[in-house]
Design a protein around this ligand. Structure first.
Ligand code: TMP
Length: 234
């Protein structure tokens, strides 16, 4: 499949058309941003790791019955995926308090929940991705009621699968962000990526952070953390 015109460049990926109107190629960059683009940097090798991790996890999730955009890995940084219209919602699942949950609600990082939580942010950089609820999503016409219910069902199913998967590899899945898309026939599929950029991973023994928080919080050892978490997959 040949790359045609570039149709999008985001903070971490570029997207190209192909000869097939229902398929696009994503190309993962090493660029890293945080705080809505305020902090910028490079994480050498990140694009390769995020591409490969996301593809591996999405294939597992497909087998577990969750539809995804994944079609075929083309190279270290490039993957063929279904062309979707992204539903402008960031879907965040949490198992343990961390990040903005800890900050917003005054809960110590590392406090476990009795049951996972779900929240939505309106994916809109100009507005700073504000937290919204289901009713807001409907009012903003971001998705239908049925689509929102399906997205919630898929998001919790991803959590169930991934929590167990990472636990077997000595990793605590603290929280993560998902994005969903709609294919040309209206099917809702898991899209974007699942990677150390979009998940919080803590080593189960040492509680060491093995994700983008090392970059966000200037903790050092960013590349080592990405390599370590990727190594747990093999
Ligand atoms: P938060 O605690 O900062 O709200 O982040 C929750 C999860 O979402 C965490 O695993 C990191 C991920 N995330 C993204 O993937 N993109 C973002 O822009 C933000 C703010 C968080």
């Amino acid at each position: 499949m040949e790359k045609r015109e570039q149709i999008y460049e985001g903070k971490a990926k570029k997207v190209y058309l192909t000869d097939d109107p229902d398929l696009v190629i994503v190309d993962y960059k090493d660029d890293a941003t945080a705080f809505n683009g305020l902090k910028k940097g490079t994480i050498t090798g990140k694009g390769v790791i995020n591409n490969k991790m996301s593809n591996l996890l999405m294939q597992k999730l497909e087998e577990a019955g969750i539809p995804t955009h994944f079609v075929e890995e083309l190279s270290d940084r490039e993957t063929l995926v279904k062309k979707v219209d992204i539903v402008p919602l960031e879907v965040i699942i949490r198992n343990i308090a961390a990040g903005s949950f800890s900050k917003n609600y005054g809960v110590k990082e590392g406090t476990p929940f009795d049951a996972p939580t779900i929240e939505f942010s309106y994916k809109n950089d100009d507005l700073g991705d504000p937290l919204i609820n289901d009713y807001h999503a409907l009012a903003l016409k971001l998705a239908t009621k049925e689509e929102i219910e399906l997205i919630k069902k898929y998001a919790f199913a991803v959590n169930d699968y991934m929590k167990a998967y990472w636990k077997e590899r000595g990793v605590i899945l603290v929280d993560f962000k998902l994005e969903f898309g709609k294919t040309s026939d209206g099917t809702i599929v898991l899209a974007d990526e699942i990677s150390p950029d979009t998940c919080r991973f803590w080593d189960a023994e040492t509680m060491e952070k093995l994700d983008k928080d090392r970059f966000r919080r200037d903790l050092g050892g960013v590349e080592d953390a990405y390599n370590e978490i990727m190594g747990r997959l093999s």
